[in-house]
Design a protein around this ligand. Sequence first.
Ligand code: APR
Length: 234
Amino acid sequence: MEKTAAKKKLVALTGAGVSAESGLKTFRDSNGLWENHDVMEVASIEGWRRNPGLVLEFYNQRRRQLESAQPNEAHKILAELEMYFDVYIVTQNVDNLHERAGSIRVLHLHGELTKARSVQDESRVYDIGYKDIALGQTGEDGAQLRPNIVWFGEAVPLILEAERQVQGADVFAVVGSSLVVYPAAGLATALRRDARAFLIDPKGVDVFLPENFTIIKETATRGVAKMRDILLGH
Ligand code: APR
């Protein structure tokens, strides 16, 4: 029997821009405000300590918004590319639109909206779907529940696994990320020099990129379709 060639590995690093056409706002496209809030007020450990009620309500709203949002063509094409590539999604997004589009391997660097965790013990994680988290609501350890989100001021435990994936990539695609937030923004430096790389963003980015990057200045839905056509030779 003829042995089929192993699929090449495609790693996509996605950011808020991949979900913009699903109606979810990016962080830095509206004067540093995210859904009318200073990012540091709602997405930092200091913000949580200052006003946990506000932070819970903010993420409760994001969860409700996510329930009615739908994956767009960019999420769907990245999932369809699994027919041709060994695809690994590394996302900075806390939404679940990659999974809902059918992607199998999705690593959430910054956590997930549909999960809660104990403030005392980060290993106590609960699936909550689209349900709210209330002030005073506790887990089995009696500690307050909080969104299972990595905030500014907190470690990013999955970054080493993400780096490992990027090191093994034959194709690397950055979709809809300003690449200003570390450590995710540094992932491109883990890429092999002979790898093929794409950056898809309607504005491009302000950071230096190695010369193996092809820049596609398009929205995610159009840009990911273009990348697919290039990769599949259409
Ligand atoms: N398609 C593709 N890209 C888009 C679109 C679109 N339709 N609309 C906007 N963009 C681009 C913007 O030009 C910008 O470069 O998406 C990028 C979004 O950048 P940010 O808002 O900075 O989002 P992101 O890079 O994901 O932020 C990283 O910062 O606030 C933290 O933890 C949070 O995960 C987040 C991290």
